[in-house]
Design a protein around this ligand. Structure first.
Ligand SMILES: Cc1cc2nc3c(=O)[nH]c(=O)nc-3n(C[C@H](O)[C@H](O)[C@H](O)COP(=O)(O)OP(=O)(O)OC[C@H]3O[C@@H](n4cnc5c(N)ncnc54)[C@H](O)[C@@H]3O)c2cc1C
Length: 564
C-alpha cells in the first residue's frame, strides 16, 4: 500500500451528501480523499451559460429534436435544456437496464446534482419517523426527530436556507434566513385556504437560497440571491447552496481535502482478516486503469442507486452478495416520491398588479394526511407545492401567440394563473429493487444496474385524493377553470430515489444502524438516499446533508476512541 494512496478517510461522490461528509471530516482534521467519477467543476468558472440571455442560445434554450431523440431518458427532466445540458449525463454513455420503466436522472461531475437541484428544503417531522411503526410498513426508524434536529440546524445555518417560522407540527421550523414573500395571488390563496381549513397550512418558501447572507456565508465567498431564477445553470453569486459553491471549497481551505475527478468507483475493498473495509478500488475514467486507495473510514455518497450498485459490487469471501449483505436486503425496498399529479386554473382579479423580480422559490402546503391517525384509504402523506404567476403558458399548453402576435401580447400583463402539484410518499416494498446484471457491463467493466421499480395501487389512491383535495382548495381560493392531470410518469423522474441500504435497529431487517454505519462493517457509512428507511413527503436532500454531517462527526469520535 503506497503512502500516496493512503488517507484517513475516503468519500465516494462529491454531490450534496458527499460534499457534507467531506466538509465535516476535513473540519475535524482527517486527511480526506473524495473520489468523483466525473470531471471537475469549479465554482463560477465552469458555469458557461450562467450570464447568457435567451437569444444567446442557437435554439433559444429548447433542445433540438436530435438531442431529445438521442437522450430519451434525461431529456424528460424539466431542468434539462440547451442552457443546462452540460450538467446531465448522455443516455448512451451511461447504460442501465430498465426491467420496469425507470427514468434515472444523473449528473456526473464534481458537485453532482447539487448544481441542478430544485433547492426545496423542508424538515421531516416526528410523524414521518414514527409512521412505519404506527402504520406497520417498512421497519421502524432507529432515530426520531430529536436525534436529527440539531444536525438540521447545523447544516441549515451553513448552507443558508430561507423560510418562515410557522410553528407547524407536520413541518417543523428550522434555522432559516428570511423567506421570499408571497405575491398577491399567493397571499390571497393562503388567506382563503387558512380561513376554510383548520388543518391545511400554506407557508412561505423553505429553499436553499441566501436571502440575507450571514457572516458564515460571506466567509464561503457567497453572496445574496439575486432572484434571477437561472439557478440550474450554476449561480456565479453563490446565491443557492451547492457542493461546489459551499462545502467543497470550505473543505479545501482546511488543507485536508484531495478531490480526484475521473475516478469511477468499482467497489469497496474488504479485508476478511481485519474484519473491516480497507479501501476503495476505482477505474480511472480516462485510462481505464484500476487503482486502489486506502483509508480508515469510508463514506458512500454516490447517490442512492449508484451507492447500491457499488455496495452490491463490493464482494469478498466474507460478503459474497455485497458489503454487509448477510440478510440479502441490499438493493431492496427502493422507494421514491410520487410526483404524478397537478392541478391548475385561472384567477379573474388583481388585474392591476404584477410580480416583481423572479422569485426562484414557491410556497408549499404541509402534509395534512395520515398524521395523528390513518384517515385515508392509502398509507403515507404528501406535500403540496403551490404556484401563482402572471403570464405564462395557457391552460391548453399553448403560448401567447407567435411572431407579431406574441410581441403584441407581451405588451399586456396577461392573466393570472395558479396551480398545485404533489410530492407524495411511496411505500418501500421488497419487490421494488435494483440488482446487478450478470452479463452486461458498462464502459468501465462494471456490471450494469437493473432497475425493477414501479408505482402501485397505494400511489394511485394518493393521486386521486390529491387531485380531489387540491381542486377543492383551488376553488376555495377563488381559482376558476380548474384542470387536473396525472402524468403517469415512471419512477425516477421525481429524482428522489431512496432506500436499498436502509437504516434500522435490527441487523436481520436492515443494513445500517442509527449512525448510518453498516451493522456488519463498522468503518463504512452510507449517508445518501440509499440509507432511507422510508421516504416521508418532504424534499429529501437536506436530510441527507444532516445525516452526512451527523455520521461524519460520529465516525471521527469513534476513530479517536479506537472503535473503527
Ligand atoms: C432538476 C432537479 C431538481 C431537484 N430538486 C430537488 C429539491 O428541490 N429538493 C431536494 O431535496 N432534492 C432535489 N433534487 C434531488 C437532489 O439533487 C438529490 O437528492 C441530491 O443531489 C442527492 O445527493 P447525493 O449526494 O446523494 O447525490 P448527487 O448530488 O447526485 O452526487 C452523487 C455524486 O456521486 C458521483 N458518483 C456516482 N457514482 C459514482 C462512482 N461509481 N464513483 C465515483 N463517483 C460516483 C456522481 O458523479 C455525483 O457527483 C433535485 C434533483 C434534480 C436533478
Amino acid at each position: 500500500m503506497g503512502d500516496q494512496n493512503t488517507y484517513d478517510a475516503i468519500v465516494i461522490g462529491s454531490g450534496i451528501s458527499g460534499g457534507w461528509s467531506a466538509k465535516e471530516l476535513c473540519d475535524r482534521g482527517l486527511k480526506t480523499l473524495v473520489l468523483e467519477r466525473g470531471r471537475n467543476i469549479e465554482h463560477i468558472k465552469d458555469y458557461p451559460t450562467a450570464t447568457k440571455n435567451p437569444w444567446d442560445f442557437p435554439h433559444r434554450m429548447t433542445e433540438p429534436a436530435a438531442i431529445i431523440k438521442d437522450n430519451p431518458v434525461i431529456s424528460k427532466c424539466y431542468a434539462f435544456g440547451e442552457d443546462t445540458h452540460h450538467f446531465f449525463v448522455k443516455d448512451a454513455e451511461h447504460p442501465y437496464i430498465q426491467e420496469k420503466p425507470f427514468d434515472w436522472i444523473r449528473g456526473y461531475h464534481v458537485g453532482g446534482k447539487s448544481i441542478m437541484w430544485g433547492r426545496a428544503c423542508q424538515r421531516w417531522s416526528n410523524f414521518e419517523f414514527t409512521a412505519p411503526m404506527r402504520y406497520g410498513y417498512a421497519v421502524d426508524w432507529p432515530i426520531r426527530y430529536d436525534d436529527i434536529a440539531p444536525w438540521y440546524s447545523h447544516v441549515e445555518k451553513f448552507a443558508g436556507i430561507c423560510g418562515g417560522k410557522d410553528g407547524l407540527e407536520a413541518m417543523p421550523d428550522g434555522d432559516y434566513l428570511p423567506p421570499f414573500e408571497f405575491n398577491c395571488l399567493e397571499a390571497e390563496m393562503q388567506k382563503k385556504i387558512s380561513a376554510h381549513y383548520k388543518d391545511r397550512f400554506m407557508v412561505r418558501t423553505r429553499w436553499a437560497h441566501l436571502t440575507k447572507p450571514e457572516p458564515i456565508h460571506i466567509q464561503q465567498g457567497r453572496g445574496q440571491c439575486q432572484a434571477r431564477d437561472l439557478c440550474t445553470r450554476g449561480c456565479p453569486f453563490g446565491g443557492y447552496f451547492s457542493s461546489v459553491s459551499s462545502t467543497l471549497p470550505w473543505a479545501k481551505k482546511t488543507g485536508n481535502l484531495t478531490i480526484r475527478p475521473f475516478s469511477v468507483v468499482h467497489s469497496i475493498i474488504y479485508d476478511d482478516k481485519k474484519g473491516k473495509a480497507t479501501g476503495v478500488r476505482i477505474i480511472d475514467a480516462n485510462t481505464k486503469q484500476s487503482v486502489e486507495y486506502f483509508a480508515k473510514v469510508i463514506f458512500v455518497n454516490a447517490a442512492c442507486l449508484n451507492s447500491n450498485l457499488i455496495l452490491l459490487n463490493s464482494v469478498s469471501n466474507r460478503f459474497p452478495n455485497g458489503l454487509g449483505n448477510d440478510n440479502g436486503l441490499l438493493g431492496k425496498f427502493i422507494a421514491f416520491h410520487n410526483y404524478r399529479a397537478g392541478v391548475r386554473g385561472t384567477y379573474n382579479g388583481f388585474k392591476d398588479q404584477y410580480t416583481f423580480g423572479r422569485n426562484p422559490t414557491s410556497p408549499m402546503i404541509a402534509n395534512y394526511r395520515n398524521l395523528h391517525k390513518q384517515d385515508t384509504d392509502y398509507i403515507g402523506g404528501f406535500l403540496t407545492f403551490v404556484w401563482a404567476a402572471r403570464r405564462g403558458i395557457f391552460q391548453d399548453g399553448s403560448i401567447e401567440g407567435i411572431g407579431a402576435d406574441y410581441k403584441d401580447s407581451m405588451t399586456e400583463p396577461g392573466p393570472w394563473q395558479a396551480g398545485m402539484y404533489m410530492q407524495g410518499e411511496t411505500i418501500p416494498k421488497e419487490t421494488n429493487h435494483v440488482r446487478l446484471s450478470k452479463d452486461q457491463k458498462d464502459p468501465w467493466g462494471i456490471p450494469q444496474l437493473i432497475t425493477s421499480v414501479a408505482y402501485d395501487d397505494n400511489d394511485d389512491k394518493m393521486v386521486k385524493d390529491f387531485l380531489e383535495q387540491s381542486s377543492e382548495m383551488m376553488r376555495v381560493a377563488g381559482i376558476e377553470n380548474i384542470v387536473t392531470h396525472d402524468t403517469k410518469q415512471a419512477p425516477g423522474l421525481d429524482i428522489h430515489e431512496m432506500g436499498g441500504c436502509r437504516m434500522g435497529n435490527d441487523p436481520k431487517t436492515s443494513l445500517l444502524n442509527k449512525h448510518n454505519q453498516f451493522h456488519l462493517c463498522k468503518n463504512v457509512f452510507v449517508t445518501d438516499g440509499a440509507c432511507m428507511t422510508t421516504t416521508g413527503n418532504q424534499s429529501p436532500s437536506i436530510l441527507y446533508m444532516a445525516f452526512a454531517a451527523r455520521a461524519a462527526n460520529f465516525a471521527v469520535d469513534e476513530l479517536k476512541k479506537g472503535n473503527l
